[in-house]
Design a binder for this molecule. Structure first.
Ligand code: TMP
Length: 245
């Protein structure tokens, strides 16, 4: 068990460009705002030295695959060491707009071996408690980039590349990965994310019973307001209505 497994919660929001990740990260951060929990939101590529090179390559032309892969990994290593691990070790909730699943999907789409990259990522970097994978058709993604953001698609955002990345994302099936339909209304997706987060990792890490709660109504800790999870849930807008306990 990792050092931060007791309290820290790592959440990654993933999907192709235009899937709605940034919006959902913002909405989840807002929902947790008044809970008293320490919440850190961050994104990859970062604004650090490697992230800046990668962002520039999105407009000027992509790096050769091996260099690109190395740059994303170096960027992530700095991110994990400088921000993600310290926040998790102090028991906080960390919400990421892209993480290593993007490397598997995007560099996999360019020809990197998906299994090899996945194995390396899991060996080097902390595994998220939950991954919300927003799925949209690349046509919708590109449309959103152009229409909603008023931006011209960059070198990462061509349709064939995004289709390949989407196929790799779709084939990701692990216990911590939760696939969501990114074409649904924004609020509906937010409710799904919130419900899954509250009843999943938040309960696993904050419930007073170490064997997990199946009935918070008749729970002695909940009744006496000493269940941290139950108290937190009451402070998250809508969470009580969404939660199945
Ligand atoms: P952004 O648009 O989310 O800032 O990300 C920039 C691009 O970087 C995006 O098209 C996806 C790509 N990317 C990778 O190719 N590999 C990675 O590991 C990450 C984090 C992003």
């Amino acid at each position: 068990m990792s050092e931060f497994a007791q309290r820290g919660i790592l959440i990654a929001v993933e999907g192709i460009d235009g899937a709605g990740k940034t919006t959902q990260v913002r909405m989840l951060v807002n929902a947790l705002h008044d809970t008293g929990e320490s919440v850190t939101a961050s994104k990859e590529p970062t604004n650090g030295q490697w992230g800046s090179i990668l962002r520039q390559s999105a407009t000027t032309g992509r790096l050769p695959l091996e260099q690109e892969l190395e740059a994303f990994i170096n960027d992530r290593q700095e991110h994990v060491d400088g921000l993600i691990l310290p926040a998790l070790k102090s028991g906080g909730i960390v919400i990421l707009d892209r993480y290593f699943y993007s490397t598997i999907a995007y560099q996999g789409a360019r020809g990197a071996n998906v299994k090899t990259v996945w194995a390396e990522m899991v060996k080097r970097f902390p595994l998220p408690d939950v991954v919300f994978l927003l799925d949209v058709d690349p046509i919708i993604g590109i449309h959103r980039i152009a229409n909603d953001r008023g931006e011209k698609p960059n070198h990462f955002e061509d349709r064939a590349n995004l289709s390949q990345a989407r196929t790799i994302f779709e084939a990701m099936h692990e216990e911590n990965i939760h696939h969501l339909n990114g074409a649904l209304p924004i609020d509906a997706i937010h409710d799904q994310i919130l419900e899954f987060f509250v009843d999943g990792p938040l309960k696993a890490k904050r419930c007073a019973k170490d064997y997990g709660c199946t009935d918070s109504y008749h729970c002695m800790f909940a009744q006496s307001n000493t269940c941290e999870w139950n108290n937190l849930r009451a402070r998250i807008p809508h969470a009580h209505a969404l939660s199945s306990y």
